[in-house]
Design a protein around this ligand. Structure first.
Ligand SMILES: Nc1nc2c(ncn2[C@@H]2O[C@H](COP(=O)(O)OP(=O)(O)O)[C@@H](O)[C@H]2O)c(=O)[nH]1
Ligand SMILES: [Mg+2]
Ligand SMILES: [Zn+2]
Length: 334
């Protein structure tokens, strides 16, 4: 029997199957092999007992991808949820999410929630003007008034979507609107900080229909670009992909050189997008500077030999090779 892990709770794995949810443990052999079964994995079950709806997971099947924080396997798209207001829309934060999706090669869908709050027509136009020419799907919703939800439904179909975005944007409310229930806890945006309060803790795949799943997240905070080189940031902005120019400067960042082959791209870029691009590039530059300053070579503790990884023994503890010993004998004789 096959199924999909929808939730993990200590040693128990809850697997969605054709017969319902089965409570599983891992086969000992998987534990010994340190196989890391995670939420979203398609798995094979053994020793199924219908009476108690219990079984053992014996293998993972066709894992296509896995993302971390939250750890979920086989995610097919990310729904970036931003509120148009309350909390205020932050274009830089939105671009951060988009660039992270580009980095992980997962399709982002841009969802702007709380469209029921008035005064947002100009903002709507700006959003459409900036993001639709880049090829991103833009959807406006109100989880409160249940508008835009029917537009979102077909986008989710047959996908495993993960919802991310600032807390308080309305992720849990959107899922509730889709499920037509108040299954997920939501909390008002706290008045003091104007930021929402985290209420989503466990990573759980919520099934909408047979092949449609959705994952709620509490929102991420650490989204800095301090893990890649400055010249790689441009790959995360689709504006640059549309052109194949070659700059005369090696590793050109296309920021302030008049003779840059991409100067038309950057000058046609939306102001907020270019600001984000410059900011992320700077973060990557700071990162590059830091690693160049602390470039003490860490000697590997493992070596690769005969197709095996072997632990290296420190030179002090290692027995001396015969050659070294012979050389030492030679020295003594002299
Ligand atoms: N006006 C309005 N408020 C909303 C909407 N969606 C969510 N909220 C409110 O925003 C707050 C945060 O919602 P929640 O779903 O917990 O956000 P999450 O942190 O992203 O999961 C709650 O008080 C919701 O009632 C909406 O479409 N319009
Ligand atoms: Mg939530
Ligand atoms: Zn350039």
């Amino acid at each position: 029997m096959n199924g999909r892990v929808i939730k993990i709770f200590s040693d128990f794995y809850y697997v969605e199957t054709d017969l319902g949810i089965v409570e599983c443990k891992l086969r000992t052999v998987l534990k010994k092999q340190k196989v890391d079964v995670c939420t979203g994995d398609f798995v094979e079950l053994e020793q199924f007992e219908q009476k108690s709806m219990q079984a053992f997971i014996s293998a993972i099947i066709n894992r296509k991808s896995v993302i971390n924080r939250p750890k979920v396997a086989n995610v097919t798209q990310v729904i970036i949820v931003s509120a148009l207001k309350d909390p205020e829309l932050n274009f830089e934060q939105l671009d951060r999410y988009i660039a992270h999706c580009e980095y992980h090669n997962i399709k982002p869908i841009l969802c702007f929630n709380k469209e029921d709050i008035e005064d947002s027509e100009n903002l709507r136009q700006d959003i459409i003007k900036i993001y639709t020419p880049l090829g991103y799907d833009v959807i406006f919703t109100s989880a409160l008034k249940k508008t835009g939800i029917e537009e979102l439904r077909p986008v989710l179909k047959y996908n495993t979507s993960i919802l991310c975005g600032a807390s308080g944007a309305g992720k849990s409310s959107i899922i509730n609107a889709i499920l037509n229930s108040s299954m997920l806890k939501t909390l008002p945006v706290s008045d003091k900080t104007k930021r929402g309060v985290h209420t989503t803790r466990h990573t759980e795949l919520i099934q909408i229909d047979k092949d449609t799943f959705i994952v709620d997240t509490p929102g991420f905070s650490h989204l800095k670009f301090d893990f890649l080189l400055p010249c790689s940031v441009q790959k995360l902005f689709v504006e640059f992909n549309k052109k194949h120019g070659i700059c005369k400067y090696k590793n050109c960042l296309h920021i302030d050189d008049d003779n840059c082959a991409y100067s038309d791209v950057t000058s046609n870029m939306a102001v907020s997008r270019f600001e984000s691009y410059k900011k992320f590039t700077q973060e990557a530059k700071d990162y590059e500077y830091r690693i160049s300053k602390s470039s003490v070579k860490n000697e590997s503790k493992v070596k690769y030999n005969k197709n095996k990884n072997m632990t290296k023994i420190s030179s002090k503890k290692r027995t001396k090779s015969r050659k070294t010993m012979n050389q030492n004998v030679d020295k003594e004789e002299i």
